[in-house]
Ligand binder design. Structure first.
Ligand code: PMP
Length: 288
């Protein structure tokens, strides 16, 4: 495996970062997860745009143009001979002194890893995920904007630990006001009386690239879609529920906090979303 590390391709065993990198010391940096399907990179432009927006929001100047970064991602995929897989693009604040001050880190680090991925086993796409509501809340916009896909995922990791300890597959995260934000690594959608509902990003969700794809599929299926503040009640009483994310794709959720969602089995509309998604990835995306 060849890793892109600060402009060079190095074998994975040599792909190392300094213990003084603030990405390690403070989680100071941003990242993206991107998918390759059938020799094409799905929504590469959207991921690159979100990466640069995340970086701008934390005053991190990425030392490559967007065109240069796009080419670096494609070249990493080519060098690893992947026709299907996952790319992890990481920008760290870089090497600095032990203090917090990011202005003592002159050169941001750029890492691109291209590998295989399988987040959930195939049976979860047929049987659905079990969710549990987490006590850990999404940070408010008054702290770090949830729009920033930062290297500091501790909040989500705490929620994931809660979900696993409760025996669930995924954790549902609420915002400070108690409204549904998203899951620990995925956005959430419900279906109720023929309408599709998802929380607005203002509720504390990341603006997921797969969320945008699901919204486009709603248009194709001519299903009415509403961005609405949701509570756990809305999910308990939904007809269907599914999650969206680059790694998870579109996956049904069938229980929340011990309550079956709908009849406790993946719903027919969710199956249609999955079918549309799987059809779309056959030919959409930037050719490698
Ligand atoms: N929310 C969070 C917290 C995430 O980390 C992710 C990405 N794994 C998502 C939602 C889904 O976003 P995307 O569809 O762009 O992968």
């Amino acid at each position: 495996m060849k890793i892109y590390l600060d402009g060079e391709f190095v074998p994975s065993e040599d792909a190392k970062v300094s213990v003084f990198d603030h990405g390690l010391l403070y989680g100071d940096g941003v990242f993206e997860g991107i998918r390759i399907y059938h020799n094409r990179v799905l929504r590469l432009g959207d991921h690159i745009d979100r990466l640069y927006d995340s970086a701008r929001a934390i005053c991190l100047a990425i030392p490559l143009s967007k065109a240069g970064m796009t080419e670096a991602v494609l070249e990493t995929i080519r060098r690893n001979g992947l026709s299907d897989g996952y790319v992890r693009l990481v920008i760290t604040r870089g090497v600095g002194t032990l203090g917090l001050n990011p202005y003592h880190c002159p050169k941001p680090g750029v890492i691109i890893i291209a590998d295989k991925i399988a987040l959930y086993p195939e049976e979860k796409y047929h049987d659905g995920l079990v969710l549990n509501t987490c006590a850990t809340r999404r940070p408010t916009v008054a702290s770090l904007s949830p729009m920033v896909k930062s290297l500091n995922y501790l909040n989500n990791i705490m929620a994931k630990i809660e979900a696993i300890q409760a025996g669930a597959d995924e954790g549902l995260m609420l915002n400070e006001q108690g409204y549904v934000a998203e899951c620990t690594g995925d956005n959430i959608f419900i279906l109720k009386n023929g309408e599709v509902l998802t929380p607005p990003v203002a509720s504390g969700a990341l603006r997921g690239v797969t969320r945008s794809i699901a919204i486009e599929i709603c248009m194709t299926m001519q299903l009415p879609l509403k961005e609405a503040q949701l509570t756990c009640y809305d999910i308990y009483t939904a007809d269907e529920c599914f999650l969206t994310g680059t790694a998870a794709e579109i996956i049904p959720a069938v229980r929340l906090d011990g309550r079956p969602i709908g009849d406790g089995r993946p719903g027919p509309v969710t199956a249609e979303f999955i079918r549309h998604f799987r059809e779309m990835v056959k030919h959409a995306g930037t050719p490698v």
